[in-house]
Design a protein around this ligand. Structure first.
Ligand code: NAD
Ligand code: MG
Length: 384
């Protein structure tokens, strides 16, 4: 297995799974961005022969510390590692995970996909890569999509799913569930980083507070399962026990339930079709457990409808949404803009979008760069 994004939240939880399954999986490579000491420690613990890192200066530090280990650099390094393992875990953050997604699919590897941004932005290119015979398969790590993947076993179809009425993606609602638009004008970074049910990296935690994460997950579900966004709905479920559901045309709804623990979908994606014999997040039904469901507040959390609009428009619109959001969230985390500016920045950027069918990697990179530049311009205007 290759674990790319090894030093992050998903990366660390994947290592937890490996510690429980030392005989089932061996780690042939890891990669990370900047946390060189952590990468070195992981390479030592798991005796990893190949390590990837973002820049050349860090690569020479790693090479010095780990004699005999091969060190690769940058996007090319990521593509190389993703092409050379049976299972590739893409736990890189954001658009930077694109080389991993494309290389794993074109090399016929299993892609255990946590990195939703690459799939959303590159959906037309990913579709093309998956259609080639011998292409790799995607097994989702994102908990909602792993739940849908498992619940789709009730369908008699492999694609298109005509017997499925809709996919129901559950959302915890984040830390600001129940707040009005006015109340949300004054929330702080500390407030936004307090997720009620999941402990995750900072970017996705902020995305959960705006519901942009759920919007991105609607696009992710549509891209993964080849189902239009019209057949994907969001249900707020604050306990995060029902991880998502599939409703069939006969009215049956099939769901996957477990206590919130990402190690379960990670282990599932590594082992499938085998289930590892170690339970993460099993439910204790000997005490009372209440599960509630409610519709999302689309007024207070406009990111959701923005994502649907981008999904209906298709082409490069989801790439623009995701790129502008990455810039806006980074700027909020750097305390340059307010929480309530994040989604308006993304919305503003999308007003400049001109339809592009996204037929090449070059076109995708151009669109990504353009959306980022426009987001930076809008942020600059807000700050002056
Ligand atoms: P994180 O910020 O904790 O970790 C990101 C990882 O990516 C780190 O190892 C970092 O070093 C690496 N990275 C960043 N840029 C890189 C680059 N250019 N080259 C190589 N490595 C690079 O993020 P996270 O919360 O673990 O999330 C990772 C992905 O998984 C995201 O796409 C997120 O949406 C998705 N996801 C996370 C969770 C969760 O529980 N944390 C749940 C579902 C989906
Ligand atoms: Mg999720």
């Amino acid at each position: 297995m290759a674990l790319l994004g090894a030093t992050g939240s998903i990366g660390q939880q994947t290592l937890d799974v490996l510690r429980k399954e030392p005989d089932a999986v061996s780690l042939v490579s890891i990669a990370g961005g900047r946390r060189v000491d952590d990468l070195i420690a992981i390479a030592r613990e798991f005796r990893v022969p190949r390590v990837g890192v973002r820049n050349a200066a860090d690569a020479s530090v790693i090479a010095r510390e780990l004699p005999g280990v091969e060190v690769v650099v940058g996007d090319e390094g990521l593509s190389d590692l993703a092409s050379n393992a049976d299972v590739v875990v893409n736990a890189v953050l954001g658009f930077a995970g694109l080389p991993v997604t494309l290389a794993a699919l074109t090399s016929g590897r299993r892609l255990a996909l946590a990195n939703k941004e690459s799939l959303i932005a590159a959906a037309p290119l990913v579709d093309r890569a998956r259609a080639v015979s011998g292409a790799g398969e995607i097994v989702p790590v994102d908990s909602e999509h792993c739940a849908i993947y498992q619940s789709l076993a009730g369908s008699t179809h492999e694609t298109g799913y005509p017997d499925v009425r809709r996919l129901l993606v559950t959302a915890s609602g984040g830390p600001f569930r129940g707040k009005t638009r006015e109340e949300l004008e004054h929330v702080t970074k500390q407030d936004a980083l307090q997720h009620p049910t999941w402990s995750m990296g900072e970017k996705i935690t902020i995305d959960s507070s705006t519901l942009m994460n759920k919007g991105l997950e609607v696009l992710e579900a549509s891209a993964l399962f080849g189902i239009s966004v019209e057949r994907v709905e969001v249900v707020v479920h604050p306990q995060s026990v029902v991880h998502s559901m599939v409703e069939y045309v006969d009215g049956s709804t099939i769901a996957q339930l477990s206590m919130p623990d990402m190690r379960l979908p990670i282990a599932y994606a590594l082992g499938r079709p085998v289930r590892f014999d170690h339970a993460w997040g099993s439910i204790d039904f000997s005490t009372a457990l209440t599960l509630t469901f409610e519709p999302p507040d689309r007024e207070a959390f406009p990111a959701l409808d923005l994502a649907y609009a981008a999904g209906r428009r298709g082409g490069a619109a989801p790439a623009w949404l995701s790129a502008a959001n990455e810039i806006a969230v980074a700027s909020f985390l750097a305390e340059e803009i307010r929480w309530c500016d994040i989604v308006p920045v993304v919305e503003g950027v999308l007003t400049d979008y001109v339809d592009d069918p996204l037929d090449s990697l070059e076109a995708l990179r151009d669109n990504d760069a353009r959306a980022r530049a426009l987001a930076r311009e809008r942020i600059e205007r807000l700050r002056t």
